[in-house]
Design a protein around this ligand. Structure first.
Ligand code: PEP
Ligand code: MN
Length: 366
């Protein structure tokens, strides 16, 4: 793919080494949009104003955006500030309305839409022959091929001004971050397709303001090409994503605390060692998540055994576990002793957990 880098998207981007996009999750009123844009305009690094006009919400009862009418507020941003604008589009009608309004400079495709090839194709079709940059968020699930498929669909429709947005992946198990970064996925994208710029979205990974700064810094350390951050003049009153939006002041402080790499720093995404370390970090994190999930199930089994007076240790089940895990481990190229030790440690902890359940059960009976 012969993608055109964002430095060549607009004349005013000429010296843009790092693309900063900021603005509220949703456009809520002319006043909210203009107050945010006026504050953001004062931060020279910010080049693009974001605001959702059509919001993909989990519940139909949630605020789904003001739609077409809100594009008028974005037009004011374009007219009255130096900022360019971007909105999320999820279907042909959105694209048509965004283009007709003349209020939108850049489109972005949201995580839920990227995961749906029909929708991406529909967007690609209406964009055929149109010269507008498109940012593509990763799909909700860590499927790099699906993410790349969206790039290919747009590219084949003639869109060459493309960039990726990494916003993390849906966590199967509840954890402190709203979405799991799984850094290995964007790294793989960067390794396979170095021509695609990647923008980080710390707001949607964090889910709460507390972690936005540290994740933003991580993106800089990993040499991502830009950041998209949600900023709202009064986040507590926001109609969507209230907990993760920063005030313009918090945002400006965050920027001043960020440590940018020296401009002469080797622009390689990450050196090899760092890349491997990130992969290890991410894998260890997933192993721990899985272990915690295993122990949850173990405790449920413990409770069941306790209620039905079944003994905790079952020799035939243990033998079965050892044989099947050894077989799988060996097939995966792991060392025999290592697999045996590993299963034993897990099994020991599982037995401990079940004894704890039993002890608590007795206490509760008393
Ligand atoms: C958003 O940017 O407000 C949004 C809906 O994001 P995502 O598609 O990443 O969930
Ligand atoms: Mn949002």
């Amino acid at each position: 793919m012969n993608i055109i880098h964002f430095k060549y998207w607009f004349d005013r981007f000429k010296d843009t080494e790092f693309l900063f996009i900021a603005g509220p999750c949703s456009a809520e009123s002319e006043d909210q949009v203009m107050t945010t844009a006026t504050a953001l305009e004062k931060i020279p690094l910010v080049k693009v104003f974001r605001a959702g006009v059509w919001k993909p919400r989990t519940s139909p009862d949630s605020f789904e955006g003001y739609g077409k009418g809100a594009l008028n507020w974005l037009r004011l941003v374009k007219e009255r500030t130096r900022l360019l604008t971007t909105v999320e589009v999820a279907k042909a009608e959105h694209v048509e309305q965004a283009l007709e309004s003349g209020a939108v400079d850049i489109l972005w495709i949201g995580a839920r839409t990227t995961g749906n090839p029909f929708s991406v194709q529909e967007i690609a079709e209406v964009l055929r022959g149109v010269d507008i940059p498109v940012l593509i968020k990763n799909p909700i699930f860590p499927d790099l091929k699906l993410w790349l498929g969206a790039f290919e669909r747009l590219y084949k429709a003639g869109i060459k001004k493309l960039a990726a947005i990494h916003r993390g992946f849906y966590p199967m198990i509840k954890q402190k971050l709203r979405n799991i970064p799984m850094w290995e996925v964007p790294i793989e994208l960067k390794t396979e397709y170095p021509q695609i710029p990647i923008i980080g979205d710390p707001s949607h990974i964090a889910g709460v303001t507390d972690y936005v700064g540290e994740i933003a810094q991580k993106y800089l350390d990993f040499n991502f090409d830009g950041l998209m951050i949600e900023v709202h003049p009064d986040p507590t009153k926001a109609l969507s994503d209230a907990r993760q939006q920063l005030t313009p002041e918090q945002f400006s402080n965050l920027i001043s605390e960020l440590h940018f790499r020296r401009p002469d720093f080797d622009r390689e995404f990450v050196d090899k060692l760092e890349k491997y370390r990130m992969q290890i970090d991410s894998i260890d994190y997933q192993i721990l998540q899985l272990l915690s999930q295993r122990m949850d199930i173990v405790r449920k089994i413990g409770k069941y055994k306790n209620e039905h007076d079944i003994s905790i240790f079952q020799l035939h089940r243990w033998k079965q576990i050892v044989i099947s895990r050894m077989k799988t481990g060996l097939r995966l190229g792991l060392d025999k002793d290592f697999i045996r030790n590993f299963i034993q440690i897990i099994h020991k902890e599982s037995i401990n957990q079940q004894f704890k359940v039993k002890k608590n059960g007795k206490k509760n009976k008393k």
